[in-house]
Design a binder for this molecule. Structure first.
Ligand SMILES: [Zn+2]
Length: 257
């Protein structure tokens, strides 16, 4: 989506609970995933390579206050910021985060130019492309969505030195080529868009995607409950009833996987 009604955001900001933020040091030997609300995540690889994915933080009604201070990323420098598409609930903080952190910014070339990211920080990708960064490899995969003013929507699969892989779906509907994403990368951990409404997979369809196309050991629902009319947590839990692979992360708290 492009615009969120300010009234809803303001109401959500007032209602948002405060969580203690993690101090943010790398996790040697472990893969550390921190949900920052909506589709935003920090991922730190077992070797300490730090990524931000779709870091919509300042106006995100679910992001804890400590994570809205973008200056923290001058110390906790991400190696790269992965952006799935330009919409207002994914990308608006990326130019400031790039300035503060000096990180590489990963998206389509069209989107990087639209955001006016300094060329030295451009790391353009497109569907089917991959690159190595520290101890990880990042693969750009399709997402079925839209992308204004240019480029195209993406998902990302990150593979780690221990053989595991993590798939951030971006915003997407269900599509048959998810079977190829599974065949190529066999993601063990899926950060799965589930909120649906008018913009993507609803919880039942997201659960179908996992049954039909993937065999992950951990499913982490995201992009739900942030604002109306996205599905809420109860609806997501109901769609995945009794699926022991599903983990609801506490926003702002690191989980070692
Ligand atoms: Zn979105």
């Amino acid at each position: 989506m492009n615009a969120i009604p300010c009234l809803i955001l303001t109401a959500c900001l007032l209602a948002a609970p405060a969580f203690a933020a993690d101090a943010g040091s790398p996790a040697p030997g472990g893969l550390r995933v921190t949900w920052l609300g909506h589709a935003a995540f920090e991922v730190v690889s077992p070797g300490g390579t730090r990524l931000l994915i779709d870091p919509w933080l300042k106006e995100n009604p679910k992001t804890p206050a400590a994570w809205k201070e973008l200056s923290r990323f001058a110390q906790e420098k991400p190696a790269a910021i992965l952006v799935t598409h330009p919409h207002g609930d994914h990308a608006p903080d990326v130019p400031e985060l790039a300035r503060v952190s000096g990180a590489l910014v990963v998206s389509t070339g069209e989107h990087l130019r639209a955001m006016k990211i300094p060329e030295a920080q451009h790391h353009s990708v497109n569907v089917g492309g991959s690159f190595k960064l520290g101890d990880i490899t990042v693969h750009a995969v399709p997402a079925m969505h839209s992308s204004e003013p240019g480029g195209r929507p993406l998902g990302y699969v990150v593979t780690f030195a221990d053989g595991r892989s993590l798939y951030h779906t971006g915003d997407t509907g269900l599509f048959g080529d998810m079977a190829l994403i599974h065949e190529l990368y066999r993601p063990d951990i899926v950060l799965l868009t589930t909120g649906g409404a008018r913009w993507g997979m609803d919880p039942k369809t997201a659960a179908l995607a996992m049954r039909k196309y993937f065999k992950p050991s951990i499913i982490i629902p995201m992009h739900f409950g942030t604002f109306e009319p996205l599905a809420g947590e109860a609806e997501v839990r109901a769609a995945f009833a009794n699926d022991k692979r599903v983990r609801f992360l506490t926003i702002g708290q690191a989980t070692v996987l």
